[in-house]
Design a binder for this molecule. Structure first.
Ligand SMILES: Cc1ncc(COP(=O)(O)O)c(C=O)c1O
Length: 366
């Protein structure tokens, strides 16, 4: 392992297995199918491992769709906020189901989609997101249809709907309450469908989540409307399953001890910056440091950490919970080396699976 230069994302298969086993249990007890949301995690080197526990993938673009079809297989759902004319036929070639975001897109492409199971995104106009930026129910949201007349107008061409309205929701009672609201407000429509996807955002692999209650609730929903239920777990599939491994490059004190590492929150863990969260850093010991990235962005700061010993140049730091919305969002800002990707096998061996070089940086521009 010593030859693998930091920074790198390290996927831990034993931890991934923990999440996968919970997904398998949920599927078995509820009858729901679980599709990996590639927008969150698309590191295809572990798809062989995940495939055994999940039913397939769902996507947000042609490229994700193609990756899911090529590398994961099984059931492939195609969703996009908007398909382009030049994409739709290729998309249909990969998709087992195509889900349109608007009645306009359904009208435009339903004829070409004949022969492929078709659905529409339904926006229930409430969600569990407290963050406007990520709230599909925000005012004037473009994410799905809610008007019953418009949904009715689609019913002769669709056999299901996708309803994504949860956001890292670890509160089963809230989930239960909101699902009841959906049953009440949209029951007439749901009863005329074959399948319903409840999207992602349910934090059911978290510690202490009442998985069996969720399974029973999903089974009851499925029976009530006679529908196959799908879930689209992104974060829940991979939560806690990877770290970002970085090294200390410099130590400074401008009134506070700061460790500058060979990575960047903006380039390698962008979501934390967007949602104003701090990274999960070591917190054992009395030596406190601010852990900061190496880009020119003044706020390129991972957060505060504690260590048992003072840090030295070259020390390694593991940043926890680095699987979701990291590798899919990494970028070349400041030309900072892009983290490699490595897998820790269940026997403890670490296997590098991807390195990025100057040529990749150069090749991303012209
Ligand atoms: C339609 C849809 N499905 C699934 C997901 C995955 O959500 P999560 O990673 O929170 O489980 C998202 C996230 O934005 C989404 O928009």
């Amino acid at each position: 392992m010593s030859e693998l230069q930091t920074p790198y994302y390290l996927i831990d298969k034993a931890r991934l297995r923990g999440n996968m086993e919970k997904i398998a249990l949920l599927r078995e007890r509820s009858g729901a199918k679980a599709l990996l949301a590639l927008k969150c995690f698309a590191t295809w080197s572990v798809f062989d491992f995940m495939r055994e526990f999940m039913d397939g993938t769902t996507s947000s673009s042609l490229f994700e769709l193609r990756l899911g079809h090529e590398e994961f297989g099984k059931e492939t759902h195609a969703y996009s906020v908007a398909w382009a004319d030049h994409e739709i036929d290729e998309a249909l070639g990969y998709a087992d189901k195509i889900i349109f975001n608007s009645l306009g897109q359904l009208d435009r492409y339903a004829d070409r989609a004949k022969g492929t199971t078709t659905g529409l995104r339904l926006n229930p106009r409430f969600s569990t997101s407290g963050f406007d930026l990520a709230d599909p129910a925000r005012p004037f949201s473009r994410l799905g249809e809610w008007d019953t007349a418009r949904l009715d107008a689609a019913l002769d061409r669709i056999s299901g709907v996708m309803i994504h309205y949860n956001c890292e929701n670890g509160d089963f009672d809230l989930f239960d309450h909101q699902l009841t609201r959906i049953e009440t407000e949209f029951g007439d429509i749901l009863g005329r469908l074959d399948w319903v996807s409840l999207g992602g955002g349910i934090h059911f692999t978290g510690d202490g989540y009442p998985l069996e209650r969720l399974a029973d609730r999903l089974a009851a929903f499925s029976q009530k409307f006679g529908v196959q239920v799908f879930l689209e777990p992104g974060e829940a599939s991979i939560t806690g399953a990877a770290t970002l491994e970085v090294s200390v490059l410099d130590l400074i004190n401008n009134g506070k001890d700061v460790a500058i590492v060979d990575s960047s929150i903006e380039a390698h863990m962008l979501d934390l910056l967007i949602y104003r969260e701090t990274a999960k850093l070591p917190q054992d010991g009395t030596h406190e440091y601010q852990i900061a990235g190496k880009t020119c962005l003044a706020g390129d700061i991972f957060g505060e950490a504690r260590f048992p010993q003072p840090l030295k140049i070259g020390d390694r730091i593991s940043i926890e919970d680095a699987a979701g919305y990291t590798m899919v969002k990494k970028n070349w800002f400041n030309g900072v080396p892009m983290p490699a990707i490595a897998i820790r096998e269940e026997d403890g061996q670490v296997r590098p699976v991807r390195r990025f070089t100057y040529d990749d940086y150069k090749g991303s521009l012209s």
